[in-house]
Design a protein around this ligand. Structure first.
Ligand SMILES: *Cc1c(COP(=O)(O)O)cnc(C)c1O
Length: 241
């Protein structure tokens, strides 16, 4: 077994255990393998082990891999910060976008999605901790953005996504995951039909599953430690154009 295959198996086993511990069906949790900074060969190794959903943070790097591996029938998730000058590439090549946090970006993605393609599946990113350095809409502004997205023909609103504070404080992380789940419940009570909670990464996906995550985004636990930079730090906001 390669390292990727062994790591992938270990992560799947942990997802199943976390789901069972929470009284949930493991089949309701989708593992997104996050391949930012890793070459296309790492993606195809994971694909050979049955992995279908992949996450990328940088538009150009991601699109290169989408093109290179177009024959494999993979599902591509854009999970990075969104810049206006990248929406065209993302709308054309990805299946999901997790970081939608403003009406202007949503409108561009919708307009740039080809009518022949299935609508782009979208999550609204919520900035739960109010961190000024982070992408994401404030919790009290989510409903308004959700209504905008629901009226855009190129998009299909699926749920909410969060990247909590970088901390090992599991009490705080649990609170954030619970807050995102409660926000989803409140929106559904108000008439939306959101089925997706995108939350949890290598360090905390089990905790996220305990609080209802339906998509976990896992990179380093599968592919190893990336060279340079925090997962969603300033470097990822500074993609060159
Ligand atoms: C990099 C990244 C991940 C994966 O992080 P790991 O700690 O490597 O599992 C998940 N979500 C987002 C938004 C990321 O940028």
């Amino acid at each position: 077994m390669t390292t990727i295959s062994a790591n992938l198996q270990a992560v799947r086993t942990r997802i199943e255990a976390a789901a069972r511990a929470a009284g949930r069906d493991p089949a309701t949790i989708c593992l997104i393998a996050v391949t930012k900074t890793w070459p296309a060969a790492a993606v195809s190794d994971a694909a050979a082990c049955g992995q279908r959903a992949f996450g990328e943070n940088y538009a150009q790097e991601g699109v290169q891999k989408v093109r290179e591996l177009a024959g494999l029938g993979l599902e591509w998730h854009f999970i990075g910060p969104l810049q206006s000058n990248k929406t065209q590439l993302i709308a054309a090549h990805f299946d999901w976008v997790h970081g939608v946090d403003r009406a202007k970006i949503a409108a561009r993605l919708s307009a740039q999605r080809a009518p022949a393609q299935a609508p782009l599946q979208v999550c609204i990113q919520v900035n739960l901790g109010g961190e000024s350095s982070k992408s994401g809409v404030a919790p009290q502004a989510v409903a308004e953005l959700a209504r905008v997205i629901e009226n855009l023909p190129g998009l299909r609103l699926r749920g909410l996504m969060c990247i909590p504070e970088a901390t090992e404080n599991t009490v705080l992380l649990a609170r954030r995951f619970g807050e995102l789940a409660a926000l989803r419940d409140a929106l559904n009570a108000a008439g939306f039909a959101l089925d997706t909670l995108s939350m949890g990464m290598s360090q905390d996906f089990e905790l996220a599953i305990a609080h209802g995550a339906t998509m976990v985004r896992v990179g380093s636990a599968i592919f190893g430690t990336r060279a340079g930079g925090p997962p969603d730090g300033p470097a990822s906001e500074k993609e060159s154009s």
